[in-house]
Design a protein around this ligand. Sequence first.
Ligand SMILES: Cc1cc2nc3c(=O)[nH]c(=O)nc-3n(C[C@H](O)[C@H](O)[C@H](O)COP(=O)(O)O)c2cc1C
Length: 185
Amino acid sequence: MKLLVFAGSLRKASLNRKLAKHIARAAEAEGAQITYVDLNDYPLPIYNGDIEDAGMPDNVRKLQSLMKAHDGFLISTPEYNGAVPALVKNTLDWISRQQADGESGGALFKGKVAGLCSASPGALGGLRSLLLLRDQLAKLGMWVAPTQFALGKAHEQFTDSDALKEDHHKAVRGVIQDVLSFRTR
Ligand SMILES: Cc1cc2nc3c(=O)[nH]c(=O)nc-3n(C[C@H](O)[C@H](O)[C@H](O)COP(=O)(O)O)c2cc1C
């Protein structure tokens, strides 16, 4: 299974980037083919139909091509005010627009699989954002793995070399195994 992995934060010291990188390594160890995407490399304006009408941004086309080449994704997202950050929503909105060949952007999501994680210094680990993201991805036609992982007190959960502490490895593996079991459908 080929999976895109990304974090819903652009911050250099992002806790979700650390978690996303851990997920990427763990998924590879379970046999998935991983492409790690840093959204800093694909800057996009806030969705505006006038920008689209003037010519689709190159980075939308690049992200659509990446989506097309993968069976789904693993996301680690922050929670902003109880919801999914604008970065994540905006990225999904742009990708969902019509593809260069005229095919619907929705086809890039439909029938694919997603595994969700979040990280926050707060006790709930960003859990509320996952509930909304799950709903959003389901509306795009994705199969969202029932197992998810919210890393609370995330600023205390990584070693000095940014490795996730051992205590959480099993929970992360649970999400990945759920996603990988999708291929047996
Ligand atoms: C605008 C804003 C809203 C936030 N709202 C929440 C929230 O609702 N729940 C929460 O757990 N943390 C909240 N936080 C704190 C983030 O969890 C924290 O900044 C986290 O480190 C962001 O993820 P990152 O480290 O991957 O960048 C918020 C942060 C910002 C900037």
